[in-house]
Design a protein around this ligand. Structure first.
Ligand SMILES: NC(=O)c1ccc[n+]([C@@H]2O[C@H](COP(=O)([O-])OP(=O)(O)OC[C@H]3O[C@@H](n4cnc5c(N)ncnc54)[C@H](O)[C@@H]3O)[C@@H](O)[C@H]2O)c1
Length: 384
């Protein structure tokens, strides 16, 4: 195979952006062979450019594609993704890989392994700010983890946003709110950088700023196996919003904020200094280090190129889809804890969460005020 024949399933905001990257030639050795959407108006734009399908099952069995990129609402990531995997296609699935942990397990179980490539669109893993932090952590430069704080409240969304797309911000259509739509990126980075916490306590507000039934503000406390603690705060109702990741290790503190990675290094690690110094109030010397990180990486284009290179050359994936279960589980745990009003131990009981979500769906009396569909929106302001 010299070039990968790609099919895109779901041509809304994100799917149409992916299609444009391919049609504009931004992805090497990849052609847009087919597109699929249940909405005929969305596929009509691709007449003459790609084979058109209204049903993903037909596209998957058409023999016209080697791989699919799934950019439907999240619940369909599981059903469409499992169908594509079982039929031998390579799959790149949008975030979150599924709505809840049990669905993630179903989706991952459909992956045959071997040469079949199964990747997830965690484009923020390509951002050099986070790549530099991962290097510092993996090299032991920060020492043992002490504390993680992430305030990510730059995900403001308007009522018009929530009114667009009948599936959005409902338990039945989306399965959650900010934890499932905007924050999968940060939840993925938290898991990628620090691993899973052992216990999660979440405080979620449902429809605090918007006419929606799901969470639009979350504060969660995380407890890590080594005793480190974390606080994660997010909102889609706050302006101007903050995006500040502060990581404290025994060897110093890293802050990622305002497009910079700032490292303040303790000359002596905090635990060693605490045990050995005779001083009562003095602190050890610190060094200020600006870690170089230019731009925000290749984002969606880089993940798609990596997917193609993994298929054609066996290149390691930036984000193997099986890792996508971690961020879903963490978000589910925050919501579960809030619903139960008590901390939740990890690993999360996926079956119990699924039952709880089904109960929310069953008992929902929410009537969605769905706005007029205006077609795919310009997403330039949405990615960070
Ligand atoms: N990686 C990112 O930065 C990023 C950004 C935005 C959205 N997303 C993800 O992309 C996915 C889609 O989000 P969106 O904002 O584009 O939504 P959207 O509502 O704009 O688009 C979804 C499209 O899927 C179509 N669809 C629904 N069910 C389908 C099915 N069974 N088969 C084929 N088509 C179907 C709809 O008709 C619609 O056109 C979500 O999972 C979201 O989390 C990722």
């Amino acid at each position: 195979m010299k070039s990968v024949r790609m099919g895109i399933i779901g041509l809304g905001n994100m799917g149409s952006a992916h299609a444009k990257h391919i049609l504009d030639g931004e992805i090497r050795r990849c052609e847009l062979a087919a597109v699929c959407d249940v909405d005929g108006a969305r596929t009509a734009r691709y007449a003459g450019k790609a084979e058109i399908f209204a049903d993903s099952r037909e596209l998957i069995r058409s023999g016209k594609v080697d791989a699919v990129l799934i950019a439907t609402p999240h619940y369909q990531h599981t059903t469409v993704g499992a169908d594509a995997l079982k039929n031998g296609l390579h799959v790149l699935v949008e975030k979150p890989i599924s709505v809840h942990k049990a669905d993630c397990e179903r989706l991952i179980a459909a992956h045959k392994g071997g040469k079949q490539v199964f990747a997830a669109m965690f484009n923020q893993r390509t951002d050099p700010h986070f790549k530099q932090l991962k290097k510092l952590l993996d090299n032991g430069e920060l020492g043992g983890l002490v504390r993680v704080n992430w305030i990510i409240t730059t995900w403001f969304r308007s009522e018009a946003y929530y009114a667009s797309g009948g599936w959005r911000a409902t338990w039945a259509g989306e399965g959650g709110g900010v934890l499932l739509n905007q924050c999968p990126h940060q939840l993925d980075l938290l898991c990628w950088l620090f691993g899973a916490p052992k216990r999660v306590t979440g405080f979620c507000s449902m429809g605090k700023y918007h006419d929606i039934e799901v969470e639009d503000e979350v504060t969660a406390c995380l407890e890590y196996p080594n005793g480190a603690t974390g606080v994660f705060i997010t909102s889609t109702g706050e302006l101007p919003g903050t995006n500040r990741l502060e990581v404290v290790g025994q060897r110093g503190r890293v802050v990622i904020e305002d497009d910079a990675v700032r490292f303040i290094r303790n000359e002596v690690p905090s635990d060693v200094y605490c045990r050995t110094t005779a001083e009562k109030f003095q602190k050890p010397e610190t060094w200020k280090i600006d870690i170089p990180a230019q731009g925000h990486g290749g984002q969606h284009v880089e993940v798609k190129q990596n997917f193609i290179d993994a298929i054609l050359d066996g290149k390691p994936l930036i984000a193997p889809a099986r890792e996508g279960i971690n961020s879903v589980e963490l978000g589910n745990a925050m919501l579960m804890s809030s619903l139960l009003g008590k901390p939740v131990d990890m690993p999360l009981d996926g079956a119990a969460f699924e039952r709880r979500l089904k109960k929310l769906i069953r008992e929902s009396r929410f009537v969605k005020n769905a706005g007029k569909e205006s077609g795919p929106a310009d997403m330039a302001g949405s990615f960070r």
